[in-house]
Design a protein around this ligand. Structure first.
Ligand SMILES: *Cc1c(COP(=O)(O)O)cnc(C)c1O
Length: 472
């Protein structure tokens, strides 16, 4: 394919994209293929001779499309959203066309300076104080890893990178049982060890928050045992059912013991553009590090994770490394964002945030999030009134959980049956989790193009399939 062919296929793509997105309601949300189907349709070896793009595209439609789960489907109610707004898609296409590698200021000054300004815009949008500086990470997992590495280095008096961990006291990091698996992996990768991730018990209550007294007791017990408490990870809107820790109470304790604090608000952080939801992370200004994902709810498709830190110097002291080939002579005082993250290479991600925020405005994005929250809450109320459906957790923002308990049936088996049949039906897509020992179905509203009518369809599908199962 030559550049002279590009306009033709570029036009094809633009038409296809609009048709795809506006026609999604006619497709099943979750891919309905069997394991191995796509693999079997792909030849075992690559072609020797060039093939026409027209043929590749034909095969794409035939082989790939049936195996796609449509995350942009308005009735995607599974996991969390991974929204791709048209404006952000357009910006990402532009970034891909230029394909700059934005690791250093001088490898594209506009990308670095756009990133600085966009993180200031986001900080303003979610009401974080100006004491935070922001950087775009590829994922919340990467941001959490960077925070955990900073905890480690700080607790070891900046000797961990140089000397390794052997012979050092055991570092201890605290989080809730509701915290995300990316935290376990950060602990593994940082060499701290799973056994040193302390899952502090929950306090009673609907938010399933970590018990502050239990945190203080765990830190004191570790100190008495000669261990070294290094950090706290609090969650705002955990993945299972949206658990929210009491960030203010936990940070106050952590600070008393000199711990580095990180708040994982990967999903819920986007909702903080609406001031009325900010009570969920009250005290966040006390944290050292905060992450949330505009690539989840806001509409800048993967990858765009917003990482705010109080002390960039601690982060770069942990991660910056300057071999001669990365030095930027004669450009003093500029920011090289690759020193703020584990990967060196970086895409021009800030561009899609700029397009998003300008194309919809904060008011437009707030309206979307407020709709999702209100619709999820009214759906939860309607489902609560349906016989044999038990709401297990009330909505936190736009996420709630429920299970199916028809008389005489095992609730776990009945709930599994319900979700399996719903996802095979294809009109909506839901996923499951556990709340204590209960197997539950999660429902979250959050897709960019979702409407009230899509929520009504969810109610119809859930109740229709539950009825069918009840009647055997
Ligand atoms: C989605 C999620 C993550 C992981 O986000 P990635 O950007 O995919 O790494 C971490 N924490 C929470 C609470 C999440 O919901």
């Amino acid at each position: 394919m030559l550049w002279s062919d590009f306009p033709k296929w570029g036009h094809w793509l633009a038409d296809w994209a609009a048709r795809y997105h506006t026609g999604l309601r006619d497709r099943p949300v979750r891919a309905q293929v069997q394991p191995g189907e796509t693999l079997a349709a792909l030849p075992a070896t690559p072609p020797e001779a060039p093939q026409p793009i027209a043929q590749v595209i034909e095969d794409f439609e035939r082989i790939v499309m049936p195996g796609i789960t449509h995350w942009q489907h308005p009735r995607f109610f599974a996991y969390f959203p991974s929204n791709a707004s048209p404006a952000a898609i357009l910006a990402d296409q532009i970034a891909t066309v230029m394909a700059p590698q934005c690791m250093l200021w001088q490898t594209s000054p506009a990308a670095t300076e756009m990133e600085t300004r966009m993180m200031e815009w986001l900080r303003h949008a979610v009401g974080l104080p100006e004491t935070f500086a922001g950087v775009i990470q590829d994922s919340a997992s990467s941001a959490t890893l960077a925070a955990v590495l900073t905890m480690r280095e700080r607790a070891l008096n900046w000797q961990g990178n140089a000397a390794g961990l052997s012979g050092q006291p055991r570092l201890r990091i605290y989080c809730s049982p509701e915290a995300h698996s990316s935290i376990d992996r950060a602990i593994w990768v940082a060499g701290i060890g799973q056994e040193n991730l302390v899952r502090v018990p929950l306090a009673p209550g609907p938010m399933r928050a970590m018990c502050p007294n239990a945190l203080a007791a765990a830190i004191e017990a570790d100190l008495a045992a000669g261990h070294r408490p290094a950090g706290l990870i609090a969650c705002t809107g955990a993945t299972g059912m949206g658990a929210c820790d009491d960030v203010a109470a936990l940070c106050a304790i952590a600070q008393r013991f000199g711990l580095y604090t990180h708040v994982d608000a990967a999903w819920a952080g986007s909702a903080m553009i609406c001031p009325e939801f900010r009570s969920l992370w009250a005290g966040v200004e006390m944290a050292d590090s905060v992450v949330f994902n505009p690539h989840k709810w806001l509409g800048t498709q993967f990858d765009l994770s917003a990482h705010f830190i109080r002390s960039p110097a601690d982060l770069t002291r942990t991660l910056a490394i300057q071999p001669e080939y990365l030095k930027t002579h004669g450009a003093d005082g500029v920011i090289n964002y690759s020193e703020w993250s584990v990967p060196l290479g970086r895409r021009f991600r800030a561009l899609k945030l700029w397009f998003l925020l300008r194309a919809y405005g904060l008011e437009g994005l707030r309206q979307m999030i407020r709709n999702h929250v209100a619709w999820a809450q009214s759906l939860a109320q309607r489902l609560q009134a349906v016989p044999d459906i038990e709401l297990v957790t009330q909505p936190i923002l736009s996420l709630f959980t429920f299970r199916f308990c028809p008389a005489g049936a095992n609730p776990e088996a009945a709930t599994l049956d319900l979700i399996t049949q719903i996802n095979n039906d294809g009109r909506i897509y839901l996923t499951q989790t556990r709340v204590d020992d209960r197997f539950v179905i999660r429902f979250q509203a959050g897709q960019f193009d979702c409407t009230q009518a899509d929520i009504n369809t969810a109610y119809d599908v859930i109740t229709e399939i539950a009825d069918k199962i009840r009647k055997g």
